[in-house]
Ligand binder design. Structure first.
Ligand code: IPM
Ligand code: MG
Length: 361
């Protein structure tokens, strides 16, 4: 199976972590029928400094013509605010990446990293957040009305709301979860009442899936009170931005988080959630697991290959039993002679050794 993969290495630690993602893909290529062709699609702060654009049209074309996209991170401290963000938002809009899937999982060997009390998380954390990725305040409608007033509108369309909710219900049904939670603010916002009506109406097609609506403030509280009881959540763009960061930190480090910006009928983009982290760039100490788990999502969502997805996940889990990067090298790990600190490439190597040992058989 030939697949063309656009690479957006980007800024800061982006190139370092994407290199580990490529390493995983090349290991898989060696032992399976997959064959990958990589094409760089430069984007972000460095590109902006060189050519005045953070997303050149040539890069967008490469992305649009690929089978899938692996994205590192964009953003630098010495470029104006909004330059890198605009590039990300333009890719989401132009490629119509309307599903932002953000899974959060606490690996058994990383229980000490969870900031919550052990008794709260003894049943683990395994949550998938489905964030609408093209509308709401991200539609960028608004502006400065006069010197004293600024406005951003929350834009919801029936099409936009329906397709993310349908995608989430289908995912829940396909993967045999028993509930889909919807997060809104229907006690205050008209757009949320519109959202809730559509959620309830689509929900009628899925009578065996439990349906619960939370207000976003109450949900944020519930997320730290009883995270083990939450598994699948669908919400609008800005609530999803906030809720997914809160959820991601429950497993102790943003370095572990993966995401998929998905167009179910087109090209999708897989991205670690940690950002460019310029303060640690170039030191080789970044955690590549967020990127490696983004590659796992690429197999599951874009290549429809649940087996390899699961295999990458298992390989990460096994590697984490013995080694950790600095962001997850807790007091517990430092005091445990069985757990060693490693750098970015060593972590990638360890995951690839596991993958190889499974695929070689
Ligand atoms: C995210 C980020 C982006 C967002 C920014 C960088 C535009 O916070 O992917 O969650 O707000 O969506
Ligand atoms: Mg965010």
């Amino acid at each position: 199976m030939k697949k063309q993969i656009a690479l957006v290495k980007g800024d800061g630690i982006g190139p370092e972590v994407v290199n580990e993602g490529i390493k995983v893909l090349k290991t898989i290529e060696k032992y399976t029928d997959y064959s990958f062709e990589f094409k760089d699609a430069p984007m972000g702060g460095e590109v902006w400094k060189n050519c005045g654009e953070s997303l050149p049209q040539t890069s967008l074309n490469i992305m649009a013509q690929s089978d899938t996209i692996l994205f590192g991170a964009v953003g630098l401290p010495d470029i104006p605010q909004g330059v890198a963000e605009k590039a990300i938002l333009k890719v989401r809009q132009d490629l119509d990446l309307y599903v932002n899937l953000r899974p959060v999982k606490l690996y058994p060997s990383l229980h000490d990293m969870c900031p919550l009390k052990p008794e709260i998380v003894e049943n683990g954390i395994d949550i998938a957040v489905f964030r609408e990725n093209t509308e709401s305040v991200y539609a960028q409608i608004g502006g400065i009305v006069n010197q004293e007033t600024a406005v951003n509108s929350m834009v919801y369309t029936r099409k936009g709301v329906s397709r993310i909710i349908e995608y989430a219900f289908e995912y829940v049904s396909r993967n045999k979860f028993d509930e889909l939670i919807s997060v809104d603010k229907a006690n205050v916002l008209t757009v949320s009442q519109f959202w809730r009506q559509i959620y309830q109406s689509i929900g009628k097609k899925y009578p065996s899936i439990k349906q619960t609506s939370y207000y976003v403030d109450a949900f944020c509280q519930w997320l730290i009170r009883a995270p083990s009881s939450i598994h699948t959540v669908v919400t609008e763009n800005m609530f999803g931005d906030i809720v997914s960061d809160e959820a991601a930190y429950l497993v102790g480090s943003l370095g572990m988080g993966a995401s998929g910006n998905i167009n179910p009928n087109g090209v999708s983009m897989y991205e670690p959630i940690h950002g460019s982290a310029p303060d640690i760039a170039g030191q080789g100490i970044a955690n590549p697991i967020g990127t490696i788990l983004s590659v796992k999502m690429m197999f599951e969502e874009s290549f429809q290959d649940a087996y390899l997805g699961e295999m990458i996940d298992k390989s990460v889990e096994i590697a984490l039993e013995k080694i950790r990067t600095i962001d997850i090298y807790s007091k517990y790990a430092q005091n445990n002679s069985q757990i060693n600190r490693v750098n970015c490439t060593e972590m990638g190597d360890a995951v690839c050794i596991q993958i190889k040992s499974v695929l070689k058989k």
